[in-house]
Design a protein around this ligand. Structure first.
Ligand code: CA
Length: 451
C-alpha cells in the first residue's frame, strides 16, 4: 500500500514478481547480522560505520553517505548498521537485465487491464470464500475490531485479502535491503530514504524487532502491507504485548489497517458505493468527479439498480462513476470509497476492495454486465488520445498513457461538443474520432491495441 507514485503493481503482478525473484530473496545475504532480536550495541561510538562491500560500487557509496546522515541526525548506530550491513543488489531494482529491472516499476496493472479482468482475482471464488472463512473463524476478533475502530469487518477482510491473500503472501525481502535498492536505483531516492529512516525509527522505538522486517518488493510490510512511514503513524499493538507485529499477529495487523482507515475518515455502516440505474437520455457528463447531494441524484432520476430506496447509512454526498462507460455498471461512490484510496490511490483498487467486501458479506455485483466488447485502449493508444485531446484544446493533462480523471473529463468535453454520449470512456471509436482531421497528431502511432 501507499507506494505513492511508484507504480504500484497490483498483488497479482507483485506475487508473480515475488515468485520470480524468490531465489534472490531466499536465505540470508552474506554479512547479514544475527536475526534474533535487536542487535547488541557493540559498534564503536564514533566515526564512519565500516561495512563489507555489497559488490555494487554505487550501493557502497550511497550507504556510506546515507549512514553518515542518519548518524548525524541522531539515529542509533547499531540499528543503522544492522539494517545496512547486509544490503545487496536485488535484480528487480539493480539488475543488468532491464526487462527484469523495469518490469515491477512500469507494470501498472490497475491501468493496463480492463476493469473486469482486474477484478477476477479479488472477486474470485477462492478469495471470497476464504474471506468468509476468516470472518467465521474469529467472530470475536472482528466484533472487537469493529467496536474499537469503527470499521466494518467485511472491509477489513477485503483489504487483508487484497494485500496479502489473508497473510499468505507478505513478501520475503528485507525492508532495509529493498529500500536501499530503491534509493540506489535513484528515481525514488528521497522517498526510499524517508521510508528507510522510518524503518530505523520503528526498531529504535521498540515497536518492531530487527528480525521482523520482511517486506514486499517495494517496501510494504506485513499482512496489511504498510509502508514504514504509515506504520509509524498508524500501526497498533492490539493485544498489548508491547510490539506492533503486523507480520505475524493478525490482531495487530488488522487493527493497524482499521486504525488507518478510521483516521482516514471511514464511516461504519455507510456504503462505499451503490450500483444505480439511470433514466433514458441521462446526461453522463454528470459523472465528472464532483460530489452532489443525494437529493440532486434522485432529482436527476438515479435509482438503486437493486430497487427500493437508497440506503446510504446517513451519507448525503456522492459522485457518479462509470468504470466502463455508459454501457457498463454505474455507481454512486461515497466517502468510504475515497478512504480506500488512502490505501492505494487507484479507483480500480478501491472498487475491488468495495466489491470484495460486499461479496464476502453476500452481496454480489454488478447487476449490469460489463461491456466486454469494448476493449480498453493500450497505453500507447491512450497517449495518442491524450495528445489528440490536448491538440483540440480539451485538456487531458500529461500524455502518460493513464486514462485518469483528467483524461476522462477531457474526453467528456470532446464528446459533448460533438453531441455524443459524454461518458469519458476511451474506446477505439472515440480515439478514431479524436484524431480524425487533427493535423496528424498521434495518427501514426495508433496501434491495433490489446487483443
Ligand atoms: Ca502486539
Amino acid at each position: 500500500m501507499i507506494q505513492t507514485g511508484i507504480a504500484r503493481t497490483q498483488w497479482v503482478a507483485a506475487a508473480a514478481m515475488s515468485a520470480l525473484l524468490a531465489s534472490c530473496a531466499a536465505g540470508p545475504q552474506p554479512g547479514t547480522p544475527p536475526v534474533a532480536g535487536n542487535p547488541p550495541v557493540t559498534a564503536p561510538a564514533a566515526g564512519a560505520i565500516k561495512y563489507t562491500s555489497s559488490g555494487h560500487a554505487a550501493m557502497d557509496a550511497w550507504r556510506i553517505d546515507f549512514s553518515s546522515r542518519a548518524l548525524e541526525a541522531g539515529h542509533d548506530r547499531a540499528i543503522v548498521e544492522s539494517l545496512l550491513s547486509g544490503i545487496a543488489p536485488i535484480p528487480l531494482w539493480l539488475g543488468s537485465d532491464m526487462r527484469v529491472a523495469s518490469t515491477g516499476i512500469s507494470d501498472q496493472a490497475e491501468f493496463s487491464k480492463p476493469i473486469w479482468d482486474y477484478l477476477k482475482v479479488p472477486l474470485g471464488e477462492s478469495r471470497i470464500s476464504n474471506g468468509r472463512d476468516r470472518l467465521a473463524i474469529q467472530p470475536a476478533l472482528f466484533a472487537d475490531l469493529e467496536a474499537r475502530y469503527g470499521v466494518d469487518r467485511q472491509v477489513l477482510v477485503a483489504i487483508w485479502g487484497m494485500e496479502t491473500s489473508y497473510g499468505a503472501v507478505i513478501g520475503n525481502f528485507d525492508a532495509g535491503n529493498v529500500l536501499a535498492n530503491m534509493a540506489v536505483e535513484g528515481r525514488r531516492r528521497t522517498f526510499a530514504e524517508r521510508e528507510l529512516l522510518a524503518v530505523i525509527k520503528m526498531v529504535e522505538r521498540g515497536d518492531a524487532e530487527r528480525s521482523d522486517l520482511l517486506a514486499g518488493w517495494a517496501g510494504a510490510m506485513g499482512q496489511t502491507q504498510f509502508m514504514p512511514t504509515t506504520y509509524l503513524a498508524y500501526a497498533e499493538d492490539f493485544d498489548g504485548d508491547g510490539h506492533k507485529d503486523v507480520w505475524k499477529n493478525e490482531g495487530d495487523a488488522l487493527a493497524s489497517a482499521a486504525n488507518y482507515l478510521k483516521k482516514s475518515g471511514y464511516a461504519m455502516g455507510q456504503p462505499w458505493g451503490l450500483e444505480v440505474a439511470v433514466p433514458a437520455g441521462f446526461d453522463f457528463s454528470l459523472a465528472d468527479g464532483n460530489e452532489r447531494r443525494m437529493d440532486t441524484w434522485r432529482a436527476a432520476g438515479l435509482t438503486p439498480i437493486a430497487g427500493g430506496a437508497f440506503e446510504t447509512g446517513g451519507a448525503d454526498f456522492s459522485q457518479l462513476w462509470l468504470p466502463a462507460g455508459a454501457e457498463g455498471p454505474k455507481y454512486l461512490l461515497f466517502n468510504n470509497f475515497t478512504v480506500f484510496k488512502a490505501y492505494n490511490n487507484a479507483d480500480s483498487y478501491a472498487f475491488a476492495v468495495g466489491m470484495a467486501g460486499d461479496a464476502i458479506a453476500g452481496k454480489t455485483g454488478p447487476m449490469t454486465p460489463w461491456p466486454q466488447h469494448l476493449r480498453p485502449l493500450s497505453v500507447a493508444d491512450i497517449k495518442t488520445l491524450q495528445a489528440g485531446l490536448n491538440a483540440r484544446g480539451f485538456s487531458a493533462g500529461p500524455v502518460d498513457g493513464i486514462p485518469g480523471r483528467q483524461t476522462k473529463l477531457a474526453l467528456q468535453g470532446f464528446q459533448k461538443s460533438r453531441g455524443l454520449v459524454a461518458d469519458g470512456y476511451p474506446t477505439r471509436e472515440m480515439l478514431a474520432l479524436v484524431i480524425a482531421g487533427n493535423g496528424g497528431v498521434g495518427v501514426s502511432s495508433v496501434t491495433d491495441g490489446p487483443s
